[in-house]
Design a protein around this ligand. Structure first.
Ligand SMILES: *Cc1c(COP(=O)(O)O)cnc(C)c1O
Length: 431
């Protein structure tokens, strides 16, 4: 490592020893990183092509107020998302408050009383439990007479095709498939595997609407779920496609009819997509999308780097350092609470914002155990920015994601190793 770099790391609290340890993997991963860059290059071109085809102009960067009729920027951005992700239409709005909200809209908009929702690949993300009514909640789909059926993955993570076939009823209207593992230990599904599952379902009944929760998956591969037969694809703008610049928002891409339903649900029947002022967010949405492929590449490099470092230190990691990647999340299992706490402290201390804050486990609403979070973000809760959280419960795993730049992700991981050393959670590093 160059002296100027080593000295600067030292100013940020990284010992020579830890910096040298990181250097081993930085060098080792050059080829892997080149592959990540190649995917980013492809996706960058794809984004530019979609912007050019839809004639994004300077006028698109300003917004409307009030009702938001004729919001050129908003309407053009939705056309860009539709082209980019190969859907017929899209809904991309600041009025979609988060990823959970986007998923809720897509489901509630396209299901009617008496319909059944199928989860063919196991329990969806925690926050969907209240939406579906798995956990009883006011306003859930269950309260509107929409039933739910779930088929778990087989041991080893394969789809239970027989179980899925048996679970499909005449009233099965929609299937919800989550690409990312979220905060579970199953592997993330590749786009290819999602395609296999969709083909199987469509073979039984082509009318079943297949929706993919694409959170954390955008731009990780060269294909996206719409390319393999999904009817709807949903995500959050404070994750991958917002590129770190979107201050809020969610998107839904898919078949025209389903997007129209979603717009009627989000806004109101009769008004739909025509209203919804973009206020001042258009420019951030466009510029964030433009930057997203390289931002995602940085986050991916950080995830792979973390996997290599922590597996070398002897901790179980998912995915491991050589596996293919289908989302930006990295899990590290420490086996003891001190590991989770020190890791999160290290990540926090690397942040550009709130670096001086010490994260502590707290009794977060909606969880039945304490959770510790590290987030020094420009946008509150943004998890395309460097962030980590760990539930204080066995197996004491921490979930790490994001980093708007590779260098920041690298610093965060080195700081986490330094913190583990300083707190004596680990006693040495194998240099
Ligand atoms: C983050 C996430 C969500 C929910 O998004 P929020 O913006 O936090 O509401 C849903 N599904 C998956 C897989 C996610 O990672």
């Amino acid at each position: 490592m160059e002296k100027f770099l080593e000295e600067q790391y030292e100013k940020l609290g990284i010992s020579k020893e830890v910096a040298a340890f990181g250097e081993i993997f930085d060098k080792e991963l050059k080829e892997r990183f080149a592959k990540i860059d190649e995917i980013a290059e492809y996706n960058q071109l794809k984004v530019i092509q979609a912007m050019q085809e839809n004639r994004v102009s300077e006028a698109c960067l300003t917004g409307t107020t009030g009702y938001g009729y004729n919001d050129l920027g908003r309407d053009t951005l939705e056309a860009v998302y539709a082209s980019l992700f190969h859907g017929q239409a899209a809904l991309v709005r600041s009025q979609i408050t988060c990823g959970t909200h986007a998923l809720s809209i897509a489901l509630a908009a396209n299901l009617r009383p008496g319909d059944e929702l199928l989860a063919p690949a196991g329990k969806p993300y925690d926050t969907l439990e209240s939406i579906i009514g798995i956990r009883p909640s006011k306003g859930s789909l269950a309260e509107y007479g929409i039933s739910y059926r779930q088929v778990d993955l087989l041991e080893g993570g394969a789809f239970d095709y027989e179980g899925i076939k048996a679970a499909i009823r005449p009233n099965t209207k929609m299937a919800t498939i989550q690409r990312s593992k979220g905060y579970q230990t199953r592997p993330t599904f590749s786009v290819e595997r999602i395609g296999e599952l969709i083909r199987f379902i469509k073979n039984i009944n082509p009318d079943i609407i297949c929706m993919v929760d694409n959170c954390y998956g955008e731009f990780v591969e060269v294909t996206e779920p719409m390319d393999v037969g999904a009817d709807l694809m949903v995500g959050s703008l404070i994750k991958n496609p917002g590129g770190g610049l979107a201050p809020i928002g969610g998107y839904i891409v898919g078949k025209e009819e389903y997007i129209e339903n979603a717009a009627y649900r989000l806004i109101t029947p009769g008004l739909g997509k025509e209203v919804g002022a973009s206020l001042g967010v258009n420019q951030a949405f466009y510029q964030g999308l433009f930057l997203a492929p390289t931002v995602v590449a940085g986050a991916l490099k950080g995830a792979v780097f973390a996997a290599r470092i922590y597996e070398t230190l002897g901790f179980p990691v998912v995915p491991n350092g050589t596996e293919s990647r289908h989302d930006i999340i990295q899990a590290v299992t420490f086996g003891k609470p001190e590991g989770v706490i020190s890791f999160c402290k290290g990540i926090q201390s690397a942040a550009p914002v709130d670096s001086f804050v010490t994260p502590e486990p707290w009794d977060m609403p909606g969880y039945d155990h304490d959770v510790i979070m590290a987030a020094g973000a420009f946008v509150q809760g943004s998890s395309i920015e460097l962030s980590a959280d760990g539930p204080i419960t066995p197996p004491y795993a921490v979930y790490f994601q994001g980093g708007l730049t590779w260098y920041h992700a690298k610093l965060g991981i080195l700081k986490s190793v330094q913190q583990l050393l300083d707190d004596h959670v680990i006693t040495s590093i194998p240099v």
